[in-house]
Design a protein around this ligand. Sequence first.
Ligand code: CDV
Length: 317
Amino acid sequence: MTRIVNIALGQLGPVQKNDSRASVVHRLCAMMREAKSLGADVIVYPELALTTFFPRWYIEDMAELHSYYEREMPSRETLPLFELARELGIGFYLGYAELAEEAGALIQYNTAMLVDKTGAIVGKYRKIHVPGHFEHEPWRKFQHLEKRYFTPGKSFDVHQAFGGTVGMALCNDRRWAESYRVMALQGAEMIFIGYNTPVHNAPAPQHDDLSLFHNQLAVQAGAYQNGCWVASVAKGGLEEGVQSIAGSLLVAPSGEVVARCITQGDEVVLGRADLDFCAVYKRTTFNFDLHRHPECYGLIVQKKGETRAADGGPWVG
Ligand code: CDV
């Protein structure tokens, strides 16, 4: 029996500061209906999909900052998404800012959740590779204060859903080989990733022309080297004056791009993922049991990295 999962890329165009949660959920619901009409089993939405990408601003007022976070899921505003998922019989992955209460303290996470076809939350993932900087850096055209606003998560888990094994990651995670490998070692067959990537990278502006290339390169390598399907979905377009790359795509275990969005706005594109195609790679070239040498990889977990540039200056995030 073949295991086909029809995966919809639910790319979002910009969400401006004054756009209400209700208006964004309305857009997400319209996309969910379109995905269902195309035959989708699951729709993948971007990172921090419910609001504008607020880490671009230095926000000192805690009440204002926390207005971008969700304290519960489903919340009053997001409930229509869960209800529609159940009504249509379609799952979804959604990125959002989470305000969690732990031992009496409020902890801020950059989170994604996976919801199944009954509208039930199957799992949650908290972003591990939190990029950017902690302090206000006025020299930048815009801030990237994720390190200030989000505590890193602790684990890459996988979940049984849609007839296969699903892993989740968020944005910057897709650039790190470790993210995919840790999920693949747990049998991941599909990895869902949401992202917000500005075209302009303040610490390395010479890379701006390569933003889309690096996005695709990272996802294709992650899929191929781990024999997984990877759906990577953007919030694109011009948001509050900042241009973000779009370029959402679905990559097969062969590393080939099988579906992609071509606009900067709200766009639904369907890809057909045969989960049994993963085995073609997992049992041959990337047969971990046969070919990996974990005894030689100790440094990967023993050493974090080099913390100083060759010229003695600090690395910039
Ligand atoms: N939201 C992100 O994680 N963005 C990062 C960058 C560019 C800071 C990314 O890797 O796309």
